[in-house]
Design a protein around this ligand. Sequence first.
Ligand code: GLC
Length: 742
Amino acid sequence: MKKTAHIILLTSFVFLISCNSIKTNKASIIDQKVDSVLNLMTLEEKIGQMVLYTSDWDVTGPTLKSGYMDDIRKGHCGNIFNAHTAAYVRKLQKIAVEESRLGIPLLFGYDVIHGHKTIFPISLGESASWDMEAIEKGARVAAIEAAASGINWTFAPMCDISVEPRWGRVSEGAGEDPFLGSKIAAARVRGFQGKDNNLADPLTILACVKHFAAYGAPQAGRDYNTVDMSKRVFLETYLPPYKAALDAGAMSVMTSFNELDGVPATGSRYLLSDLLRGELGFKGLVVTDYTSINEMVNHGVVANEAEAGLLAVKAGVDMDMQGEVYFKYLKKQVDDGLVDEKLIDEALRRVLKVKFLLGLFDDPYRYCNEVREKQLVYAPEHLEAALDVAKKSMVLLKNQDQVLPLKKGEKIAVIGELAASTRDLLGSWKAAGDWDFMKSTLDELKAYNGEANVIYAEGCKTIGEDRSGFAAAMAAAGRAQKIVLVIGENWEWSGEAASRTSIDIPGVQTELLEKLKTLNKPIVVVLMNGRPLDLTRENELADAMLETWYAGTMGGKAITQVLFGEYNPSGKLTMTFPRNLGQVPIFYYEKNTGRPIYLPNDKYKSKYIDSPNDPLFPFGFGLSYTTFEYSDITLSSTELTDNEGLTAQVTVKNTGKYDGEEVVQLYVRDLVGSVTRPVKELKGFEKVMIKAGESKEIKFKLTSDMLAFYRLDMTYGTEPGDYKLFIGGNSKDVKEKGFKLK
Ligand code: GLC
């Protein structure tokens, strides 16, 4: 304990000086504390603080290093990830604080992506709620449970825009749209770091903006593959969510595996220094992704790992995740004059500053309270929040003849391996989520509708060609009034390193659906999947289809409550669902082209000879158990100036018999620009509850800055001219109105 007392004593001594001699502000006090620690450190200890190793509790990448406890003891590793529970974190922190020379406390990072123990829907699912409060709440609960379990740093939010359903990591993101993605990224940072970014609060954790940058656009949808795009597309479409997360106060960034414009992100001075620290003014720490420094040798921009370390540290990387490159080579490179020790000090200051902000120097064990851990993990209000977000994330894709909601007491056949699964409900980044703790969808349906009214048959597995269960499924369905078929992908079929060359429902699940269809009974398809799928065939066969993603710890109960109408589904897709893979990439903000589909001729235009252009389900699409009717748009003016905004207003009427929430969406189109402009861009949305038979007026304020873009000369700004404005319940079925920007 003497060492910690030594450091605390020293830093408080600096504090006294600063209070007397210099105008005190929090930043300068912490900066002085950082320097007081830095001045005690050897070069080897400084580099040790730039090292991050995984514990052996969870492995999220290709390598695992043994002996990390000894590395901590020697001051060779200042940060650990994939370790949790208050007890285990305390054990490792004790080694750092009491057995290393200077006793500098460890950071503890973990992939708390959509929950820690109480797991929320996967991020793509949460995004479909379009409910920023709910999404922030999910991150807040995740932070509380993670902090109570010893963690002070989450590797989230993942802010990668993507239009690539073949890429398994779309499951971790917020879909295809930069405007919505930016709102969601900011909401998640607020949840993790607290509304006022007070990292000293023991129930907030450091957020980490990842994966910087443009990781969501791998060629052919193949994970880790090359990313190549125009600077305009990068700045206009892929950058905004990262920027929004930083503007919300996120204090760490993770570099991505991919190259961008020929330079691996982990070695990109443009990305990490010019853009991130320069233009965006980021002052926090930059950590690599798992061994992404080493991987620059494979990328072919360096000949060996020593050169990779040089490239990374000069580009602006402060911490090496699992690569052991900084530890192996940096000291000698400083001694040989290849790296200025000042560069090491700059990186070290950013690492130490975060540790001070988290209060770790005041109390290294502040996240290690086992009593608090027991009180907070799985707290009833956390489970309630997970249930709420899960229901709000579900998207009703079809409901022919109002097959849904089901009526309590009617006999239903529940079929499908996923119906009886709990593990799959947690998705691919389950963190410390524990599927023994929870109930399956089948259990919840039985609990709600009565054992006697629920007949189960597995039918078939989610993968494989085994049809031997079909007969039992047909028999079960034969004894029921309605069929609930739960199909999709199992949890391993999305997430990291899970790209697919098909986006069909795997195995023989659809074949089973075709068999069940011959019974001429209403069939409700419940989908569990981590990406947009090609549901063209399923959409023909099903009477109703409910997209539930992987709905988390309370997913079974949420699915039950939606199916039986306890909650009227309100989710809207945040990624386009194509008719077929051949249409990919397909997204709503496409360009008009010189030969748009609506031209009068039949041949010479931008179309397919074997498929329509439009998707099966467009961005922003989602049905309700009720129906909504939109009035025409009323504009406060048909002219917009830099000083005078305009208001666009619609009246939305609930014309059905259920109270329901509607996400009213505002899109804009710039008809003529110095460069081609998208046919639509989301510029606003509002999720409103409207009671059956009632109406609500929805107003959107439009200002000129909302119309800014990267013009022909790459300056960011607006251009006067004619615009269109669209309002509707999805990106396709909209009312429109013209206006001018003067
Ligand atoms: C993985 C992922 C990254 C994650 C990290 C630590 O490879 O790419 O998202 O945060 O390693 O688990």
